[in-house]
Write a protein that binds this ligand. Structure first.
Ligand code: SF4
Length: 438
């Protein structure tokens, strides 16, 4: 077992064989390439209770994470998880739609497996957080996930190749025919390895790409498609196949609660279940069974509606779960969703972070409330480490959230989103509405 002795350092990436030290002990990640059975999910939950602190995450990228481990228990967890014979993703993080194999259209899995296979020979020579995203334009897209290498399928049996960033911010370097895609990505990975184990997609200058990469690339002939689909709740995949998509509030649950959900799915004879991006979980069954399980999910406290404000809040474990935390993030998030729901019109994400590390959302957010030594502070359109627009005294977070909601309610002009309104008011206008700092 490799241990992330660098503890909570940026650039580290936990895995089953490489637990990472966090504020509530070691965290191990269980990444899957395929759906699993409800029985296997229930078994993972049991192991989270036996070896960890009984808290389990589904990450923004759709990985299971078991929290509160010791080095000793993480090693036992690894052995026990391996004994479950799961479709584990090892090595390079190559990600594709969690609906692959269930919906029509291009199947990214053979290409993904070929890329992972090639990456095995480069072990130790690639950045630990390096990731490859394969986007096949299905119902659940991975556009917002950061990727060092992104391939987006076009209608011409080609892929558009991006380096770094998201779909919106990545740098397009050309297109590649489907039959050459594995060779092209392999050559890119070789190039990353030649630059050293810190090389990331966003740092690569396309003008310096070697001939081994360039010979597979050609100018773009078809535009990569951007379809904003991201269904939630029950939705149809085919004539007799439906999916239920639910989410864990703040991406986290007690393992016992998820175990109960898995047991109820098993009782309904469901065969396939799969963690998915946006802290969600997919269940594959017919329409009636999906609807029955949605009721179970509601009773267990999971997010089951697309417009639930909880879906627009990112929160790390916070206080009291994490030793570094200065803010009870989940309590603040539940308050925001229940009492200031007018904030969440779909244009704003609220990031609640127990400290400046920003584990739940490392990139910029429209609004971030960050726990600090003397209370908390509010960052507008930035990361948790960016300059705050207002310092809040301890315990003033709820009043600040109410003031923000009320500011928007009284200031928003016709046709404006909440985000547009805050941008127009600017940091000064927002800070003034929050009143004096401590
Ligand atoms: S961001 Fe949250 S989970 Fe991460 S170290 Fe800080 S308090 Fe802990």
């Amino acid at each position: 077992m490799n241990v992330m002795a660098s503890s909570m350092a940026r650039g580290a990436c936990p895995a089953l064989h490489a637990p990472m030290l966090t504020g509530d002990g070691y965290l191990s990640r269980v990444a899957l390439t395929e759906a699993i059975s409800p029985e296997q999910l229930a078994a993972i939950c049991k192991l989270a209770i036996e070896h960890g602190n009984g808290i389990l995450d589904i990450s923004a990228r759709g990985n299971l994470q078991i929290r509160g481990l010791t080095l000793d228990s993480a090693a036992k967890l690894e052995a026990d998880v391996r004994a479950l014979d799961l479709p584990l993703r090892e090595g390079l993080a190559v990600e594709w739609s969690p609906l692959a194999g269930f919906e029509k259209g291009m199947d990214p899995r053979p290409l993904g497996l070929a890329i992972m296979d090639h990456a095995r020979a480069l072990r130790g020579r690639l950045a630990p957080k390096l990731s490859v995203v394969l986007e096949t334009n299905g119902l659940i897209r991975l556009d917002d996930l950061l990727a060092d290498i992104r391939l987006v399928a076009t209608e011409e049996a080609e892929w558009t190749v991006f380096l770094g960033g998201t779909f919106q911010t990545g740098h397009v370097i050309g297109s590649v025919r489907d039959e050459n895609a594995a060779l092209c990505v392999a050559a890119l990975l070789d190039h990353f390895a030649s630059l050293g184990p810190k090389a990331r997609g966003r740092q690569i200058d396309p003008a310096t790409l070697p001939q081994d990469v360039l010979r597979h690339l050609k100018p773009i002939t078809a535009q990569a498609i951007l379809l904003r689909q991201n269904p939630f709740g029950p939705f149809a995949l085919g004539l007799n196949l439906h999916t239920l998509r639910i989410a864990l509030p703040f991406g986290q649950t007690k393992a016992g609660t998820l175990e109960e959900f898995a047991k109820q799915a098993e009782a309904l004879s469901i065969g396939s279940i799969r963690p998915a991006p946006d802290h969600s979980l997919l269940v594959f069954a017919n329409r009636e069974v999906c609807q029955s399980l949605q009721k179970v999910a509601t009773q267990l406290g999971f997010v089951v509606k697309a417009d639930d404000p909880l879906r627009q809040i990112d929160a790390c474990p916070g206080s009291p779960s994490c030793n570094s935390a200065r803010l009870a993030t989940h309590a603040a998030g539940r308050f925001a969703a229940a009492e200031t729901s007018s904030l969440f019109d779909g244009s704003i994400r609220l990031h609640l972070s127990g400290c400046g590390k920003g584990c739940a959302h490392p990139t910029a957010s429209p609004l971030a409330l960050v726990g600090s030594e003397n209370g908390s502070h509010l960052v507008f359109c930035g990361k948790t480490t960016d300059t705050p627009i207002q310092q809040l005294a301890p315990g003033h977070e709820r009043a600040a959230l109410r003031a923000l909601a009320s500011l928007i309610e009284t200031s928003r002009r016709d046709g404006e989103t909440n985000h547009d309104c805050l941008v127009r008011l600017g940091p000064g206008g927002i800070a003034a509405a929050l009143g004096e700092g401590p």
